[in-house]
Design a protein. Structure first.
Length: 354
């Protein structure tokens, strides 16, 4: 409390000094009275006791000082109140700004909540144009074929070519038509009639005398050829990847022929040798397993294994030789064995789509 009073007194003295200077500059009446008192003549203090006491200059100075103190105190109080008012006005402005900002925020939230929500419709995505899959295929291919059957028949082709045309009727199933050509040479070293008596030596043995061996040697070379037409269907186990394995089945018509390469005619006992040949037709079924490898939308590769075997009897059999000599019989036996043998081929080709 003492500190407070001391501060207040100090502030009052400062204000008094300031106010005094201002009042003096303006010609304050109280100060003017004080000056007049101070500048008045000396009062004679001698007198009689019965004379009434007059107001002295000191009394007048005391009154003036008291009035100045009261006024200065009022001025200090007013100054303090002015300072407080200014600070409160500044604080009020800050609070008003804060309240205004908060009110605007509340109004914006309320307006946003009260306003109808406008449905934002996202733009429709551009339609994805799926590239149309090419459904037609042409597959030229080449490879090897092996033929194995009874009586130790083991043959291997020197040429095996195919041309397949397919249509992809669904994403997983295709149907096709295949044309194939097979050619091979056969060295016949197991002629069952050579050098032996078969049934009747008077019928067969004359064919294999020294003249026969001088003309044809110990064995005769055979030429084998086959032309096949097959309808097949494939099931693809994968349709989206680059490599598309498949399994398939087929059935086809085959026309094959056999003839001796050395067809030099040889006559003995009015029997002609050297013009023997044999041809026949038969139906065969096949099982396919392979894969397509797609490089682009139009070009790819094809690898295929095929197992084929004839079923049923052959038909449209034809022989050039009218004589049932042993070489003719040999051709017919080999041809029949091939029809019933296991035919296995492995072909690689180019896939062309359009």
């Amino acid at each position: 409390m003492k500190t407070r009073h001391a501060n207040k007194a100090l502030l009052m003295l400062m204000l008094m000094g300031l106010s005094s200077q201002a009042i003096m500059a303006q010609g304050d009446p109280l100060l003017n009275d004080a000056e007049s008192v101070l500048s008045s003549e000396q009062i004679d203090i001698d007198g009689s006791f019965n004379t009434p006491k007059q107001e002295t200059a000191a009394d007048r100075m005391a009154k003036l000082r008291k009035k100045l103190e009261e006024r200065n105190e009022q001025m200090v109080s007013k100054k303090i109140e002015d300072m407080r008012l200014q600070e409160e006005q500044k604080l009020a402005k800050k609070l008003q700004k804060a309240f205004n900002a908060q009110a605007m925020a509340i109004d914006s939230v309320g307006t946003a909540q009260a306003a109808p929500v406008k449905k934002v419709v996202a733009p429709a995505p551009a339609p994805v144009v799926k590239k149309e899959e090419k459904k037609n295929k042409v597959i030229p291919s080449a490879g090897l074929m092996t033929i194995s059957g009874e009586d130790g028949l083991e043959l291997e082709s020197s040429a095996n070519i195919n041309l397949t045309v397919e249509n992809q009727i669904t994403s997983r199933i295709s149907v096709g038509l295949s044309v194939g050509y097979t050619k091979m040479g056969i060295t016949d070293v197991a002629n069952q009639y050579s050098g032996v008596n078969y049934y009747n030596s008077n019928v067969y043995n004359p064919y294999y005398n020294s003249g026969y061996y001088n003309t044809y040697g110990q064995g005769r070379e055979m030429n084998y050829s086959r032309l096949g037409l097959e309808v097949n269907s494939k099931f693809f186990m994968s349709v989206e990847s680059t490599i598309r394995p498949y399994l398939g089945l087929g059935v086809g018509y085959n026309r094959h022929s056999l003839a001796y390469e050395n067809n030099q005619q040889y006559y003995y006992n009015n029997v002609t040798l050297g013009n023997e040949d044999f041809s026949s037709s038969y139906v065969a079924g096949s099982v396919l397993a392979g894969s397509e490898i797609h490089f682009t939308d139009t070009i790819g590769a094809n690898l295929e294994f095929k197992y084929q075997k004839g079923f049923g009897d052959s038909f449209n059999t034809a022989s050039a030789s009218s004589n049932r000599n042993p070489d003719q019989v040999r051709l017919e036996n080999v041809g029949t064995a091939i029809e019933k043998a296991n035919n296995m081929s492995l072909n690689a080709g180019i896939l062309i789509k359009f």
